[in-house]
Design a protein around this ligand. Structure first.
Ligand code: WT7
Length: 632
């Protein structure tokens, strides 16, 4: 057992102290002991957060797939790397060993090369949760191409925006993706997206659903054909630690999504470190993270973290509600899952179902539970603890972000204490702090403020693809010298953190990070819409939901306007962005400089009308009354 995997509260305290006193020694020792490097670094860390300028393990050479695959083969070649559980419970599950993973990734890598992909290219992956998605991600890493996975629930417009932003030359997709009793027409959506993407030269299409699709001659090829032709040997490209590993888009406060850039060395080191510590993964454990690889949770804790640790990771293609709401628990029983990691929104929706959907399954294999993506409320925590953990499993509430690359604040399963509704303590190596509105750090102890991280960690995002200026402005200018998370948090006298939610224009809906500006832009495309303001409001199951205030041109609408707006948003950005409530109003409250006062609109949407604050300074205070009266 590595001395970097914490085994007791006192060891946590000790390691935390060491990690702060000498971060370079801490990370340098861990990186040296636990990974296969082609060449060691010249310097562990170089940084200047005012620029920001961040380099970890400069000069080191490696390939992350040698750490996720090759180095395990001598001892674990026949161990299952991936358990694939299909959408349809009657389709056979697959157990893919590390030996098989090696061959499949190499074949996929050669397939990519044969279709024009090379080191440094950006490859867009728009695929369902099949094993081929994991092979594709790792195949890119193997040849030094930069993957940009786009969640297969996104629309054609979102897909084309992301492809264009990164000028991808190859797209990997499937004919369709199974989702419960439906099929998402992925190839059709890709075809629509590619009408506005000039950079794409090749589309490789996995046949997953036998859907009838169009293939464009010269551009589109079938995955299975190309894969069959490819050799199963592919030397790993030797990468610099700071070479880009991937781009992953996340919503921003302005309309345009941000392509967060993660690099090879630091990301590998931190996802491995955090996976092993937080979940206390032991040899032979079956680990299941229910996220989609289209999100950072899937990148870090389905693929890279678990595989670099030599774990057995479950990939689930389906949804929690198909064929019924007992599906998660059926899969836990079937594969004897030991560690289960999911989102509070899933827990809340499953908690509303008949408890027999849980109790008919044997969940005794479970020893650790986790949550991620949004704050977990006490009721959901209690249900998870009582009905799933049977009061016997630690629950790690893991706070982190696409930008942080890995889990930052959490309890350590069975080692440090978990406290319902608190993410609790930073992992060793992570230095959070709370800031007040004037930019001062709040002294230790019980405090509430804006959550920042005041010292670099290896998996921090290095930039926004193609826009370093925006990266600096979004994360490093608000509190100079510190990374600003966009979250608010409270801290108790023992140093435990409780995340209170976003303090910017991002709303977390069912664990998905949505930018309100992007939704407003979509609504404003409607020909009758003059202006809109989108805010989040509390929702029992989703955590938050979307409330849109809309003004119409000449105040003229139609009976179907609400449905039209919902359809438009759904079509433009994807169904997850669809407003739950729409209020048509003749005006939006504005400051004298013309800025929409979203603070007031948020309070109205949340039905907190008694403390709207001072509205007398508004340009149009009279419209507040109308907004309140018209609340839906
Ligand atoms: C935002 C980041 C990290 C993977 C999934 C989301 C919220 C995340 C927690 C938690 C309270 C949480 C924050 C954060 N969040 N985990 N355990 N408790 N809030 O990644 O899409 O980049 O969203 O999710 O608001 O800023 P993301």
């Amino acid at each position: 057992m590595s001395n970097f995997v914490v085994q007791s509260q006192s060891q946590y305290d000790q390691l935390y102290k060491e990690s702060i006193e000498n971060p370079e020694k801490f990370w340098g020792d861990f990186a040296e002991q636990e990974f296969a490097w082609r060449k060691k670094w010249d310097k562990v860390l170089e940084y200047d957060l005012s620029k920001p300028y961040i380099k970890w393990f400069e000069g080191a050479k490696l390939n992350i797939t040698e750490n996720c695959i090759d180095r395990h083969l001598a001892t674990k070649g026949n161990q299952t790397a991936i358990i694939f559980e299909p959408n349809n419970p009657n389709e056979e599950a697959l157990h893919i060993t590390y030996n098989e993973l090696a061959k499949n990734v190499n074949k996929t890598a050669n397939m990519l090369k044969a279709n024009g992909a090379k080191k440094g290219d950006r490859i867009c992956i728009y695929m369902p949760m099949t094993p081929e998605l994991t092979y594709a991600v790792l195949a890119c890493a193997r040849i030094g191409a930069i993957h940009s996975v786009v969640f297969a629930g996104f629309s054609a417009k979102s897909l084309s925006d992301r492809i264009n932003d990164a000028t991808c030359n190859v797209v990997l997709t499937a004919d369709g993706g199974y989702r419960g009793d439906k099929i998402t027409p992925l190839k059709e959506i890709t075809d629509e997206a590619l009408q506005s993407c000039d950079s794409v030269e090749k589309v490789i299409v996995l046949n997953r659903t036998n859907s009838k699709i169009a293939m464009e001659y010269g551009r589109d090829v079938w995955w299975q054909d190309e894969f069959a032709k490819a050799s199963d040997e592919c030397p790993a490209e030797v990468m610099d630690a700071e070479d880009m590993l991937f781009i992953l888009y996340t919503s921003g406060s302005t309309g345009k999504p941000k392509g967060m850039v993660h690099t090879c060395g630091g990301y590998m080191v931190y996802t491995n470190y955090s996976f092993r510590n937080v979940f206390q993964y032991e040899e032979g454990d079956i680990y299941w993270c229910t996220a989609d690889i289209g999100w950072i949770t899937g990148h870090s804790y389905i693929v890279y973290g678990p595989l670099s640790a030599g774990a057995t990771t479950v990939m689930f293609e389906g949804v929690p509600s198909y064929p019924d709401m007992g599906r998660f628990w059926q899969v836990v029983e079937k594969h004897k899952v030991n560690i289960f990691y999911t989102a509070p929104t899933a827990i809340r929706s499953l908690a509303t179902c008949d408890i027999s959907l849980v109790n008919q399954y044997d969940l005794s294999s479970l020893k650790t539970l986790g949550t991620v993506g949004e704050p977990i409320n006490q009721e959901a925590w209690d249900w998870y603890n009582n009905h799933i953990g049977k009061g016997n499993c630690p629950i790690v509430d893991t706070w982190w972000q696409t930008e942080t690359g890995g889990i930052m604040i959490t309890s350590i399963a069975g080692v440090t204490r978990d406290i319902p509704t608190y993410a609790t303590l930073p992992l060793p190596g992570i230095q959070p702090c709370l800031m007040d509105e004037n930019g001062n750090e709040l002294s230790e102890g019980e405090q509430e403020g804006r959550l920042c991280i005041k010292y670099p960690w290896p998996s921090m995002a290095r930039t926004i693809y193609g826009n370093h200026q925006r990266f600096a402005e979004t994360y490093y200018n608000t509190f100079p010298g510190k990374y600003f998370t966009g979250d608010g948090a409270k801290r108790d006298s023992n140093g435990n953190y409780r995340i209170t939610g976003r303090v910017d224009d991002i709303v977390i809906v069912s664990g998905h990070n949505l930018g309100t500006a992007e939704i407003e832009n979509a609504i404003n495309e409607h020909s009758n819409v003059a202006e809109s303001a989108v805010v989040g409001y509390p929702h029992d199951i989703k955590g938050n939901s979307i409330y849109a205030y809309v003004t119409l041109k000449n105040n003229v609408g139609s009976e179907t306007i609400n449905d039209e707006i919902k359809d438009l948003v759904s079509k433009t950005l994807g169904p997850i962005c669809k407003p739950e409530k729409i209020q048509i109003t003749s005006g939006l409250p504005k400051t004298r400089s013309g800025k929409i006062m979203r603070r007031i609109l948020r309070k109205v949407a949340a039905n907190e009308m008694d403390n709207l604050g001072d509205i007398s300074t508004l340009l149009n205070p009279e419209c507040v009354e109308e907004v309140i009266k018209g609340r839906v």
